[in-house]
Design a protein around this ligand. Sequence first.
Ligand code: MLC
Ligand code: AMP
Length: 495
Amino acid sequence: MSNHLFDALLGSHAQDSRCLVRLPSGATLSRADLYTLSGRYANLLIERGVAAGDRVAVQVDKSPEAVALYLATVRAGGVFLPLNTAYTGKEIEYFIDDAEPTLFVCDPTRASEFDNLQTTVLSLDAAGGGSFTAAADTLGAEFDTVARAPDDLAAILYTSGTTGLSKGAMLSHDNLLSNALTLVDYWGFEQDDVLLHALPIFHTHGLFVATNVVLLAGASMIFLPRFDLEAMITQLPRATALMGVPTFYTRLLADARFDRELVAHMRLFISGSAPLLAETHVEFESRTGHRILERYGMTETNMNTSNPYHGERRAGTVGLPLPGVDIRITDAESGASLAAGETGMVEVRGPNVFRGYWRKPEKTAQEFRADGFFVTGDMGVIDADGYLQIVGREKDLIISGGYNIYPKQIETEIDALDGVVESAVFGAADPDLGEIVVAAVVTEAGAALDADAIIDAIRPSLARFKLPRRVEFVAELPRNAMGKVQKNLLRERYG
Ligand code: MLC
Ligand code: AMP
């Protein structure tokens, strides 16, 4: 009996002493170490009642133990549900209610916030301590890996899809494995590669693209807790590859120490999760001699397109459909296919595309065409050579530093405040984060509300990265004939 994803990622590495993770302290973990941890942790998961298909929700700092917990969940037949460490208690409650995990693992300093959750709560800290690992340490590492088929679920990641409601994207073992295998091959990852890993591991980019690729390629990674410029400058000479959001590249370019010599050992720089400005691409090449390889993906689909490794990497484009992935551009209203050069909705079909939204069959049905294409909510155009350019988003989404922010959630919190009539939240261009959150607010006559009062009032409910960086007070919101708020006008006026 086999476990489709675990067997490929780690299953045959029980005795493999090659380095997998290197920490800034110099400490290392081998594949065999991770295999042993995955066995211990899987034993604990089973002891705490995790059965095949059960969810294990996790909101913890980045650590090798957190990676082991991901692999242990898959190995035990469970479904891994990672959550952004910035989410507030109120945000977490929503995910726990919706996903009904058998177990929730959080940071020890926050465990008391979650006393009332309807699930078992254990803890894990950035150094690998906590009640989860303490309990696992008393158990053996022998574990009979639970059989799982390619279509069984391996993970659920929450995303707001094309609308404002947070939905769990169900990802199967084969969604993850097929995509990671494709990327290893397409980007030429090999055993000697050392990935500088500075992304969070609660999203697709850091967990599935970066970590799965390293595991499958037999490569290793330098594991930084987060993007920190000094640590990046120190570690870059030891790495061969970097995966980052565009903010990584603009912040590196802003430092004079980032030059050809520093990256002489590097083979590849990859960018994704948000649009990379063509000017960043050009400046990067003139500074380092490297052309950043830009790719395009989503939580629901993993990676869809990529600029080629050997061929031409075109600035301002996200490249060509990955092998096995179909991309088409359609008229957003009618769904009719459009020709090369015409701008429309980007649709995608392939083994990478998710199994639907958790317990939301109607929402799932709305976002798929009858022939199996998923409607991404991104607007794009394919040129005569097949390169896709993302030209905008039809979905009401702000991408700030690679984090997706859905205006509706912020508007709901602001609208609920005393003295507020209504609000509209939109993205404004920002040189560091790509976009920042701006709120336009209409207040009642005589209301004594200033920007700080609004931010302070919504702070307990929303993750910090979602808080507006700017609040504009307006007499009324611009609306079209249908009564819909015209965010494009707000962006023009206040962007
Ligand atoms: C942190 N802050 C942010 C923020 N990150 N605010 C807006 N947008 C962000 N992305 C807040 C902090 O809470 C802090 O608030 C303040 O901004 C200053 O933080 P900072 O020190 O400048 O931020 P930093 O910690 O350096 O983080 C910036 C970043 C990080 C860009 C390095 O956000 C990051 O690693 N982003 C990667 C996101 C990612 O992995 N996306 C992939 C999604 S998967 P305060 O109030 O304390 O001042 C996906 C699919 C695909 O999209 O295709 O890959
Ligand atoms: P998420 O589903 O939260 O992971 O975010 C996915 C979204 O990020 C996509 O639908 C795009 O809007 C955006 N995105 C990802 N990669 C790129 C890219 N290279 N260029 C432009 N937008 C991107």
